[in-house]
Each structure stands twice: as C-alpha cells, then as structure tokens.
Design a protein around this ligand. Sequence first.
Ligand code: UD1
Ligand code: UDP
Length: 377
Amino acid sequence: MMSKQKVMSVFGTRPEAIKMAPLVQALRRLPHIESLVCVTGQHRDMLDQVLNIFSIQPDVDLNIMRFDQDLTSITTRTLEGLAPVLAERKPDLVLVHGDTTTSVSAALAAFYQKIPVAHVEAGLRSLDPYSPYPEEMNRCLISRLAQLHFAPTAANADNLRRENVQGLISVTGNTVIDALLSMVHDTYEFQRDFLRTFDFAAGPMILLTAHRRENFGQPIVNICRAVRRLVQNHPDLRVIYPVHPNPQIQQPVRQELADMERLYLIEPLDVQEMHNLMNRSTFVMTDSGGLQEEAPALGKPVLVLRTETERPEAVVAGTVEIAGVEEERIYQAAYALLTDKQKFRTMATAVNPYGDGHACERIVACIEEWLGTDGGC
Ligand code: UD1
Ligand code: UDP
C-alpha cells in the first residue's frame, strides 16, 4: 500500500486563511495525502475568525502575533518557530499563499530544510518594490523559492515566465472565488445585530476597508476626509467600515471619523458576514487585495484607494477604478458613482476574471500529479 505523502499548509493572516481554507478542505478529502495545517498566528483574532467559520483546527499554532508588530519580528519568529516543526513533521511539500511576511518566511524556512514549496496565488506583480510594501518583494522572493506556482490568471503566469521563474507554472483561478461562492446567499441572515437590523433599502451603502502599510500616515487621513465629505453631502448615504485592528489604522480612523452619523465604524467581520455584506452593498471602496477580487464577482463597483494595483484584470474589465489616495480625487470618484447612473451601471457589470470557483480542484490535481499520488493518471 502506498504510504501517505504529507502536505503542510502554512498561513497566518486573515486573507491567507480565507484563500487557503477551501484548499485545506479539498486536501483533506484526498485518500493518499496527509494534510497538515500550521498557522503562524501573525493575525490572532482575525485568523481565528476564519478558522472557526471553515472548521479548521490547526495541527500547529506558532502564535507569533504581538501588538503593533514589525516586519523583522514577524519574519524571525516565523523562521524560528517553523524550523523545529518542519524538522519533526517532515512534510513532502509546503504550501504558502500570496505575499505576506508569514508566507515568505515559511517558504524560506522550507527551503532551508530542502522541502519543496508550492505557491498559491503566484505571479501578481505591481513592479514597484515599495508598493504594496512589503508584499511586492515578498511575492517575488517566494517565486524564487517555490517549485510549484499556482497562478490565478494567464497574465499572472506570463509575469512568472517573463522572470524565468523555475518549476511548474499552472493557471488555476483564485481560490478566493471558491471561498466567496460557498459563503454568499441572497437569503443570508446576518448574525451581528447591527447588520440584521440594518435597512439596506433606505439608500446607498458603501462598504469601506483600508489597512495597507503604504497608506499609513497622510493617505489614510485623506481617505477618511473624503469619506466624511461624502457622508456630509449625501443625506441618504451610509458607509460601513469594519476597521482593521492595526493601531496604525485604528488611531487615525477613530480620530477622523468617530461619532459621525451614518458612518459606522465596526469591528472586523467574520468572512461569511463580510461576503454577504459586500453582496448587499452599493459599491466598495478599499485598498484590500482580496476585496478587489471578490467585489467584481458580485457585480459591485470598486474604487481602489491606492495609486496602483497588481490586479489589473478587473480594471481592464471596467469594474474596478484606481481612485488614488488624494482626498479630492477619491471624493470625485465616489461622487460620480453615487450620481451618474450610467457610470454606475457600466461598472456594476459582474465580471469574474479571478476564477470560476474551481481553483482548488485544479490545484489539488496538480499537487497529486506532482507528488505521484494520483494513481498515475
Ligand atoms: C498583514 C499583511 C498584509 C495583509 C494584511 C491583511 C504583512 C507584512 N502584511 O498586514 O499583506 O494585506 O495582513 O489584513 O504580512 N492585529 C490584531 N489582531 C489581529 C490582527 C492584527 O490586533 O487579528 C494588530 C496587531 O497589533 C498587529 C497589527 O494589527 O501587530 C498589524 O498586523 P500585521 O499582520 O503586522 O499587519 P497587517 O497590516 O495586518
Ligand atoms: N474581510 C473579512 N472581514 C472584514 C474585512 C475583510 O472577512 O472585516 C475579508 C475580505 O472579504 C477578504 C479578506 O478579508 O476575503 C481580505 O483581507 P484584507 O483586506 O485584510 O487583506 P488583503 O486582501 O488586502 O491582503
């Protein structure tokens, strides 16, 4: 009888967990593979929210998060924490996701023990090493460390080929669409009282998120001021903002936006509440990567609160617009969406450049073939 090969998925933040969870579930169903999960706990509360929703109990939890942590400490704590775990468990393959510091550190830890690495969500590029920072450099480094590269789109795969990245490159779609489609239901009933009693029919509602490191300081203040003006100038507009717990975001957001009528600063939502809230929103304003992928699939226009994006597909399709980080430009972009019906209709066409909800199946098939656990088919 063939002995089981071990695949260890390593992740640590909310977006990695959301995008890896359906893959972990799919790996668990394979008879010839032992699926292990190691979380770094780079995020504590927001990671645990995702693990709960997807019923995933990690085999190992490094629990590295510290208040207001810096990049060096995330890196060193992950490297030091993973070394004995990899030495003891000896996985045949380590899966990492995307571009976080957990991901690049886990890929490096695996490389140090000559364990092959597979990279889920490979090949996104902004080509500016400082934007998004440090994510652009993280994903470039992971591409050098990994042997298997699961690219969400053909353009992502082209980026990797252009860089002469070694190993197997496969276009799979993005697992975030697998997660989204399993969460969104038109008849969904919200758990949180505030959302259960919210009158979605009473007027437009913008879903807002912002957390990126390159938006710390003046950009996040500009974003807040643009949103404040929007609410003041549109009497029926409501804005819901689940605020990221990072103190570098909490402090300016609470200072600029506290106690405003019709502008609701709320705790981070679990992924099911979030996906269904997005489904009920009028449009989305965000600097998040994941939201740029999810909202287009739901036919929700997105204003990106950044100066660039490594996710150009939905911009080309017309659903996503780069609104920048200057107050006036953000205000005008949102004002246009609220008042220009034609513009809104054009942007609200549902497009799905990031996947069809079957990315995990494709990734699992590649892994099985690569490990030789597919029975040779
Ligand atoms: C990280 C990722 C970023 C990703 C984002 C998703 C890096 C360098 N950054 O950034 O790519 O887009 O996650 O949200 O990997 N905190 C809590 N509870 C939590 C999570 C965070 O209190 O559940 C607070 C802590 O004080 C923590 C701080 O937020 O120190 C920052 O967390 P960190 O993971 O370093 O940065 P993010 O901005 O979340
Ligand atoms: N998300 C969530 N609750 C929230 C805000 C976001 O579940 O309160 C989800 C969102 O739908 C997406 C993911 O978290 O799936 C994106 O995470 P984030 O914006 O923190 O990181 P990024 O994608 O920018 O790396």
